[in-house]
Ligand binder design. Structure first.
Ligand SMILES: Nc1ncnc2c1ncn2[C@@H]1O[C@H](COP(=O)(O)OP(=O)(O)OP(=O)(O)O)[C@@H](O)[C@H]1O
Ligand SMILES: [Mg+2]
Length: 256
């Protein structure tokens, strides 16, 4: 079982889209895949037709039970989707309160890591979608994953978000036994604009070439179309530009 966290401390850079698209491809390749939504906005949860405002079975319960030191089978809150091989551990808006409730409590940073270990015979791959802010949820995701994926929109302002995320990673690495492996994924690239080309050039010049992915995710209006239908883009249209790019990206992630 391999676990990826998808995070960036900037909003709207393609985190949820990246998690859903890579998971969509893996499910098409008959790999048992789980999506974990750790964002209080619950965009991923809504994508699959669940309502984060009214869900009772959500990742919130996992943290509550852990805080109360009560046993819990994580399978109680995992739901199948209407797509083969694709399950979701949904978010509820209540997880926004977890920082206040648990932030300073000892041991709460490893809740998800411990629970996901119990799933190692059930799933081949897991993607954790993170909120854009640093807190107990992101800490949990970073502790649970084998690799961090950082989608970065190819526009100038987005580089600040990337820098912030890399600083967070540095801080996390100070308390880890080994540094967490990470990959930077340029997203929403519009090759017709000068700003996007310039931004990509700066990324290539300024960031670790081992981490910066050569596969670039292009702008593709089909992402919004697929999202309005609640279908991962690779399942909606495997031959769209965006789908093909995520498949290439997946190939490079699987050989690492
Ligand atoms: N490559 C792309 N081309 C065109 N639109 C895209 C692309 N990637 C994502 N989008 C669209 O951009 C919007 C933001 O993407 P997404 O929700 O994945 O970002 P996010 O980083 O998860 O945002 P948030 O921080 O709010 O959770 C969505 O409407 C999505 O459909
Ligand atoms: Mg999101």
């Amino acid at each position: 079982m391999k676990i990826w966290a998808v995070a960036n401390q900037k909003g709207g850079v393609g985190k949820t889209t990246t998690a859903i698209s890579l998971a969509g491809w893996l499910s098409l390749k008959n790999k048992k895949t789980l999506l974990v939504d750790l964002d209080p906005h619950g965009s991923m949860t809504s994508y699959f037709g669940l309502d984060p405002d009214s869900l009772e079975k959500s990742v919130y319960r996992v943290f509550q039970k852990a805080a109360a030191k009560q046993h819990m089978d994580i399978n109680e809150v995992i739901q199948t989707t209407r797509f083969d091989n694709l399950s979701i551990l949904p978010a509820s808006t209540a997880i926004a309160t977890l920082d206040k409730q648990l932030g300073s409590r000892e041991g709460m940073g490893l809740v998800l890591a411990k629970q996901l270990l119990n799933l190692k015979d059930q799933y081949d791959y897991i993607f954790i979608d993170c909120p854009p802010m640093l807190g107990v949820l992101m800490i949990n995701a970073l502790a649970a994953c084998h690799q961090l994926l950082i989608p970065v929109q190819t526009e100038h302002l987005a580089l600040k978000g990337l820098d912030r995320m890399l600083r967070t990673l540095k801080m996390i690495n100070r308390v880890r036994k080994a540094p967490l492996d990470y990959a930077i994924i340029p997203t929403m690239f519009d090759r017709r604009t000068r700003a996007a080309i310039e931004c990509l050039r700066i990324m290539q010049k300024s960031y670790d070439p081992k981490a910066l992915k050569k596969t670039i995710i292009p702008v593709d209006t089909k992402f919004r179309e697929a999202s309005s239908k609640g279908v991962p883009l690779p399942i909606y249209g495997s031959q769209t530009r965006g789908s093909k790019a995520y498949n290439l990206l997946l190939d490079t992630l699987l050989v690492e």
